[in-house]
Structures are given as structure tokens and as C-alpha cells.
Design a protein around this ligand. Structure first.
Ligand code: GDP
Length: 691
């Protein structure tokens, strides 16, 4: 039949994908032998290619789990290292190089490692087999090798020669079989010789009669018998001229002619097994049988694994189905939904408020620069100390000075680049909101998707940025020449700027008391402030610039003192201006020259409203329309399966969930295959007994 091994090998590689537990190990043929016993030569003769590491310096340091896959339909011969993602290597010397590198990567100090290398070879010329090559036993520990090396190799081999594995024990004919380390190791774990095949190499090095006697050895009788081989080409003349394929066929020819030239000892009637071809057939047959008899126990082990996975799925994940695609789709839908909700909540009024409060700050700066450094006196005399107001201009509304001041302030306000400012404020607010939505979404734990979404937002916003800010700048142009304020607007502005000033006053006072406590009390602060005041008036001469401290105060303390004086003066002025804004004189737009605060506030409101009108069309609506589409583009259909998988697994919880499901599905599939294999087996057995 010989189909079982192939199927089981397929099953094995499926199980390897889910990280097969040791209970699921399917039988393999484990190759053991002393160094130089001819182990590599035998394996290469079976594969028909030279591909194993060569050299005297312990070149096999890790187990090589070698899977041979017979591909009758194709002429192609190639190897693959699935763990390394190396596929379709047709050059066997390259396989040899990779194996050598992987082995030599184990340090000289360790010398052996039990981490296996997986190699699969596909060829029409190999049988379906699963072989494990192990480091050769050594007799003496060499220089630079760890003392326990002998022990380590032997322990590593012991791990692999356990049932249900078949042991291929390699011994050389020119060494007494009683001294064969391989056979001794095998005898320890398989005393009745039930799952060991003895291979005797280098048959050409002993006299044929002696060779035949070795194969008939009764010291350690093996149910599966001994096979004699010759796996070396005749003495090296002209070998280097041969291609690898020729080398192999020359070895086979040499073996064949050696055995057939001694028909008495090795012929069909001699009762001994010889030749690589015989060995190959035996291996196939034995592995098939072993697979067949371990079918039941393996499928029991798989069933148990499956039960565990099913239980975990139920308990941990409530049987909730999940796939990487469905997870991405759901996450994207939920995110788009939350975005939709946001679009309802964030419109013109919200943008206007944002922009207005940005302009409020600009207005405060303008006022401070153009007015507050020279407060208008007659409205506030009562509040301000005489020495603060001595050199201030008198407030005469009719004075051209005040007209020019207000015109210049209004012009500064309209020309500060409102287009750019407004667009920036709205864009960055949108980006902040997207970021917040992300934080509250599934994507919070997915850097890849997060990045894609933030980029989607900034791409759309950047594309519209310049045209939007130009449009806004254009449409506020009229205000650069004239700002007409109606009484209604004036009243609103008066109310609003009053609030802004109050807030500013509070901020000043809070900062002042912050300074007070950082300095260690009101008295101390007062002392420094007094000193700063006096120094400013010139009552005290401060050496240098006071940077290194003066008047018994450290430089840091003086800096705080100066800050406190600034805050106090600003608070005084704001208090004064608040009174002015509240006074009757500021009740009407007619007195606008007395009340620059109200006028500029009203102007800022006009600017904000106009800007928002255009931003709404040019930026916001565009963004609301395009953003969800851009998300679909970036996270939707065109992602490859691997990308979706990688995305989902970024979240460790999702990753575990997906893995349990995958494991469960795979085990179910494997079990199904095993069941049909068992049925096939059963039918075959019936057929044989019937026939
Ligand atoms: P390993 O260390 O057990 O893998 O042994 P190798 O396969 O590298 O063989 C060790 C040495 O024995 C090499 O020089 C081989 O050419 C040689 N050798 C292997 N098999 C035979 C054989 O059947 N006959 C002869 N004469 N030499 C062999």
C-alpha cells in the first residue's frame, strides 16, 4: 500500500504548524552511529545526493529532522527549510552549506544542541520517509571540546531512540560489532531487537566471508535484521571530475558490482540482506508498518489535544468564533461608526468656538502690546497707584491717537494670517479627535492600523490645507479694510470679552499664588517684589544685571520676583479694564475708541464666523466624506491575508483567541484524515485476509 507513510508525513507537517506537543510525535527512523561509521554516506545514498555537512570537527551538532517526500509527477528535486522560510532550493550544495552554517552556529563550548533543524526534500527518486540524523557518538573527547560531550551526545540520542521510533543503528564492518556504540545504545532501549535495523557499512573493507558472518551475527538478534552496504565510490581516481549525480550513480554501481562479484557470500541464496536499494525498501516497509501500528495511539493523542483545545475555547472564549478578517472588519466598522457619531457632534458651532478662543488669545496679546502698556487713565484713576499712571496719555475719544491705535489693532488682527491659523486649528483638532477615537477603539492595541488611520487623516487634511487657508484668507479680505459692528454684535462682544478678562485675571492670580507657595510664603514674595520694584525705579542700584543674585536674594528668587511683579501689574491693569468694559461708556459701539477690548472681540467673532463658513465647505465636509473611504482603502480588501493576520495578532488577547481556534480546526481536520486512514487500513487488512 505504502500510502500511509505519505499521509502521516503530511499530517506531521500540519501538526508542526500548531506547535505539536510531544504526545503527538509520529514515528520516525532515528539514525545513530559512531563518528566515521559511514552514517552520512548511508543517508546520502538513500537520498541520492550529497547534502550533509562534511568535516572532522563535529559537523553534526543538532538533530536534523529530515522528511523525504516522493513526488512521482515531477522531475524537480529540491529541499526546503520550513522554519527558516527557505523554499525550493534546487542546489544541494547550497543545502549542504546551510546545514553546515546551522550546525556550526552551535558554539564550541556547547558542541551539541537538542534544537532540531527541519529539512524536507522533494524528489521523484526518494521514498516517503521521515528520518532523524543525530550527532555521531565519539570515543574520545577532543581538545577544545567540553568534557561531558560524550555524555551529552549520548543523552541527546537517548531522547530520540524511544518508541515508537525505529532505530537505524550504523556500524562499520571493519570494527568489531561487539564494540559498536550504536548497537549497544539500541540494545539498552530495545533489548528484544524489535524496532532496530542494523546497518553494516564499509562491507568492502573486510573479507567477503567475514562480511557475511557479520550480517549473520547472533549476538544481538534483530527482528528487522541487518543490512550490509557499500556507500563509497571506488578509490578516488577522477572523482573530482564527476558531477554530484554521477558520483551517486557511481557509488551505486560500485556497491552493486561489489556484492554481485561475491555471489557465494551475498547472492540470493546466501540468506543475507545487502545493498542500499534493499535498505531503502526495508525502511519504507518498516516505517509503514510502524505508522500503521501507531495509528490508534496517535489518533488518541490527537483526540485528547483536541478536547483540551475545545475546552479552552469554551471556557476562555465562550465559543465565540473569530477570524483575523472578521476581527479587522468588525473593528473597522466599529471605528467608522464612532467616527460617524463624532461628525454629528463636531460641526460649525464647535469649530467656531475653537477658533474664537484661539483669536481671544491673539486679541489679549494685541491689547497688551498696544494698550495695556499705556492704560487709558481717566477711567481708572481710582484703581491705579499714581506712579503707574504718571506718563500715560489722556483718554480723549476724539483724539486721533486713539483712532489710529484702534485702526492699527484691527488691522493687526485681520492680518495675522487668519486663514492659516483657522485651518491649522481645525485640522489639528480633527487629528486629536481621531486619535481619541482610536484610543477608545480596538485599534488602540494595534500600532500598524493606528498608524494607517492617522496617516489617512493627515493625508486628507494636508491635501486640502493650502486651498482651504487661501479660501479663508480671501473671504476675510473685506474686514481688512473695514469692520462694521452692529449694536447687537457689540453687546455680545462686551459680554464675552468681560468673561475673557475675568478668566485672564483668574489665571494671573492663580499664577501669582503658585509663585507664592513655590517661594515659601507671602512675606518672602512681598520682600522680593519690593526689592524688584525699587530696583526698577532706580531707588537701589543693583550691581551688574542681578543675574547672579542681589540684595540678599538668589538669582532664581529674583527671577521669580520679577515674574510676580509682572503678574501683579497685569492683574491690576485687567481689573481696571474690566471696570472700563462694564462702565456705561462701553455700552455702545459709538464709544468704540474707549473700548478697544469690546471692539476687537466683536471683530474676532466676525472673523471666526466667516472663516468657519468656508472651512466647513472646504475642509470639514470633505474630510467627513473622504475619511471613511480612505480607511476602507487602507485597511480594507487590498490587504493581503498575511497582513490581516499580522494585524490581528498584534493584540495578544486576539492572538491567543485566534490560535486556539486555528489549533482546534487543524486538529479536527487531522483527526478526520486519521479516521479515514484507519478505515482504509481496515479495508486493506480485510482484503488481504479474504485474498
Ligand atoms: P560519519 O562520520 O558516520 O557520517 O561517516 P562518513 O559517512 O562521513 O564516512 C566516514 C569515512 O568513511 C569517509 O571517508 C567515507 O568515505 C568512508 N566510507 C563511508 N562508507 C564507506 C564504505 O562503504 N566503504 C568505504 N571503503 N569507505 C566508506
Amino acid at each position: 500500500m505504502m500510502v500511509l507513510t505519505k499521509k502521516m508525513i503530511e499530517i506531521r507537517s500540519m501538526l508542526q504548524k500548531v506547535g505539536q506537543s510531544s504526545s503527538l510525535t509520529l514515528p520516525s527512523i532515528v539514525v545513530i552511529g559512531s563518528q566515521s561509521s559511514g552514517k552520512s554516506s548511508v543517508l546520502e545514498a538513500i537520498v541520492g545526493h550529497e547534502f550533509l555537512p562534511k568535516g572532522s570537527n563535529m559537523v553534526t551538532r543538532r538533530p536534523i529532522e529530515l522528511t523525504l517526500v516522493n513526488t512521482p509527477a515531477s522531475k524537480d528535486e529540491y529541499g526546503e527549510f520550513p522554519d527558516l522560510g527557505l523554499r525550493h532550493i534546487s542546489d544541494f550544495s547550497s543545502i549542504q552549506r546551510t546545514l553546515t552554517e546551522l550546525n556550526m552556529a552551535v558554539s564550541n563550548a556547547d558542541c551539541v544542541s537538542d534544537d532540531p533543524i527541519h529539512l524536507t526534500i522533494y524528489s521523484p527518486n526518494v521514498p516517503d520517509l521521515s528520518l532523524i540524523d543525530l550527532p555521531g557518538y565519539i570515543q574520545v573527547v577532543g581538545q577544545n571540546q567540553p568534557l561531558q560531550l560524550k555524555q551529552k551526545i549520548s543523552e541527546l540520542c537517548d531522547k530520540y531512540i524511544q518508541p515508537p521510533n525505529v532505530i537505524l543503528a550504523i556500524s562499520a564492518a571493519d570494527v568489531d560489532l561487539a564494540n559498536s556504540t550504536a548497537l549497544r545504545a539500541s540494545r539498552r532501549v530495545d533489548p528484544r531487537g524489535e524496532r532496530t535495523i542494523g546497518v553494516v557499512t564499509k562491507m568492502d573493507l573486510v573479507d567477503p566471508t567475514r562480511g557475511a558472518a557479520i550480517l549473520n551475527d547472533k549476538q544481538y538478534p534483530l527482528r528487522l535484521g541487518y543490512v550490509g552496504v557499500v556507500s563509497k565510490a571506488p578509490s578516488s581516481q577522477g572523482l573530482f571530475k564527476m558531477g554530484p549525480a554521477n558520483l551517486m550513480s557511481s557509488i551505486a554501481k560500485h556497491e552493486n558490482s561489489y556484492f554481485s562479484s561475491h555471489p557465494l557470500e551475498f547472492g540470493p541464496d546466501a540468506g543475507v540482506n545487502v545493498g542500499t536499494i534493499t535498505l531503502r525498501k526495508k525502511l519504507m516497509h518498516v516505517l509503514e508498518q510502524t505508522m500503521s501500528s501507531s495509528l490508534q495511539s496517535t489518533s488518541d493523542a490527537i483526540r485528547q489535544e483536541l478536547e483540551e483545545a475545545t475546552y479552552e475555547f469554551k471556557v476562555q472564549y465562550n465559543d465565540r468564533p473569530l477570524s483575523a478578517e472578521s476581527y479587522l472588519a468588525e473593528s473597522l466598522d466599529a471605528f467608522k461608526h464612532s467616527f460617524k457619531q463624532f461628525t454629528v457632534e463636531f460641526g460649525r458651532p464647535q469649530m467656531r468656538e475653537l477658533l474664537k478662543s484661539e483669536l481671544d488669545q491673539k486679541v489679549l496679546d494685541l491689547l497688551a502690546a498696544r494698550y495695556w502698556n499705556k492704560p487709558i487713565t481717566d477711567l481708572s484713576q481710582a484703581q491705579v497707584e499714581p506712579d503707574h499712571i504718571s506718563d500715560l496719555p489722556k483718554a480723549e475719544a476724539s483724539s486721533l491717537y486713539w483712532h489710529r491705535q484702534l485702526d492699527a489693532s484691527a488691522s493687526a488682527l485681520t492680518k495675522l494670517g487668519v486663514g492659516r491659523l483657522a485651518t491649522t486649528v481645525v485640522s489639528s483638532s480633527l487629528q486629536d479627535h481621531v486619535d481619541q477615537l482610536l484610543n477608545n477603539s480596538n485599534f488602540a492595541t494595534h500600532p500598524f492600523a493606528r498608524q494607517a488611520i492617522l496617516e489617512a487623516a493627515s493625508t486628507i487634511l494636508n491635501e486640502r490645507f493650502y486651498s482651504t487657508s487661501d479660501q479663508v484668507e480671501n473671504c476675510i479680505k473685506p474686514f481688512k479694510f473695514e469692520i462694521d459692528i452692529e449694536e447687537r454684535e457689540w453687546a455680545q462682544g462686551r459680554q464675552h470679552v468681560g468673561d475673557v478678562l475675568k478668566k485672564e485675571l483668574q489665571d494671573c492670580e492663580a499664577a501669582l499664588s503658585g509663585l507664592e507657595s513655590s517661594i515659601g510664603g507671602r512675606r518672602k514674595l512681598k520682600e522680593v517684589m519690593n526689592f524688584v520694584d525699587k530696583a526698577r525705579k532706580g531707588d537701589i542700584v543693583v550691581e551688574g544685571d542681578g543675574r547672579s543674585g542681589a540684595g540678599g536674594f538668589s538669582a532664581a528668587l529674583l527671577a521669580k520676583g520679577r515674574e510676580a511683579v509682572f503678574l501683579r501689574d497685569r492683574a491690576d491693569i485687567i481689573k481696571m479694564r474690566l471696570m472700563a468694559v462694564k462702565s456705561k461708556q462701553c455700552a455702545s459701539v459709538k464709544n468704540k475708541y474707549y473700548c478697544p477690548e469690546v471692539f476687537l472681540d466683536s471683530a474676532a467673532s466676525k472673523l471666526a464666523s466667516t472663516a468657519v463658513l468656508f472651512i466647513n465647505v472646504e475642509l470639514l465636509s470633505e474630510f467627513y466624506y473622504n475619511f471613511p473611504r480612505e480607511l476602507d482603502l487602507r485597511l480594507g480588501r487590498h490587504l493581503t491575508e498575511e497582513e490581516v493576520e499580522r494585524f490581528a495578532k498584534e493584540d495578544p488577547k486576539i492572538r491567543r483567541h485566534l490560535e486556539v481556534i486555528r489549533r482546534k480546526e487543524l486538529l479536527e481536520l487531522v483527526l478526520e484524515k486519521m479516521d479515514s486512514l484507519k478505515q482504509l487500513e481496515g479495508r486493506e487488512r480485510e482484503r488481504l485476509t479474504d485474498g
